[in-house]
Design a protein around this ligand. Structure first.
Ligand code: OFO
Length: 165
C-alpha cells in the first residue's frame, strides 16, 4: 500500500510526464513551423515516449490499489529563439525531471517502500539515458555550428535519431 506522501508524489510525477509529452509536442510544432523536419520528427517521437513514462506510473499507482489522479497540466512554452535554444531547454527540463525522480526515490526509501523504490529504478536509469541523449545533441550542435548549412545538417542528424531510436 502506498503512503499518502508517496501517492501524492507519484501523482505529481504523472502530471510532470504529461507535461513533458506536451512540451515536446509543442516544441515539435515549433520546429515543424520553421522547416526543421528532422527535429520535429524526433520531438514528436519523444513526446510519445513521455506518454509511455506517464502510463507506466499510472499503471503502477492503480496496481497498488490506489487511484492515479490527473490534475491540471501547465501549458508549455511555444516560442524558441533557435534550435540550440530549444535543445538547451530540453536538457534543462530533463535535468529538472532527474531531480524529481531522485526526490521520488528518496521518499520511497525513507518510507521503507521498497516496492516503489524498485519500480523507480527504471526511471533512474531512463533519466541517465535521456540526459546522455540530449547532452549528445547539444554537443553535435556545437560541433556542426549554426550557420545556414550547419542547421541543415543538424536537422538531418537529429532526424536520423528519430529513425534509429
Ligand atoms: Fe524525458 O523522461 Fe520522462 O519526463
Amino acid at each position: 500500500m502506498l503512503s499518502p506522501a508517496m501517492l501524492e508524489k507519484l501523482n505529481e510525477q504523472i502530471n510532470l510526464e504529461f507535461f513533458s509529452s506536451n512540451l515536446y509536442l509543442q516544441m515539435g510544432a515549433w520546429a515543424e513551423s520553421k522547416g526543421f523536419e528532422g527535429c520535429s520528427a524526433f520531438l514528436y517521437k519523444h513526446a510519445d515516449e513521455e506518454m509511455s513514462h506517464m502510463k507506466r506510473l499510472f499503471t503502477y499507482v492503480n496496481e497498488t490499489g490506489a487511484t492515479a489522479m490527473i490534475g491540471a497540466i501547465d501549458a508549455p512554452s511555444a516560442e524558441y529563439n533557435s534550435i540550440k535554444d530549444l535543445f538547451d531547454k530540453v536538457y534543462e527540463h530533463e535535468c529538472f525531471i532527474t531531480g524529481k525522480i531522485n526526490e521520488l526515490a528518496h521518499t520511497a526509501f525513507t518510507h521503507h517502500d521498497y516496492s516503489t523504490f524498485s519500480f523507480l529504478q527504471w526511471y533512474v536509469a531512463e533519466q541517465h539515458e535521456e540526459e546522455k541523449l540530449f547532452n549528445g545533441i547539444l554537443d553535435k550542435i556545437k560541433i556542426i555550428g549554426e550557420d545556414g548549412k550547419g542547421l541543415f545538417f543538424i536537422d538531418k542528424e537529429i532526424g536520423e535519431l528519430a529513425k534509429n531510436g
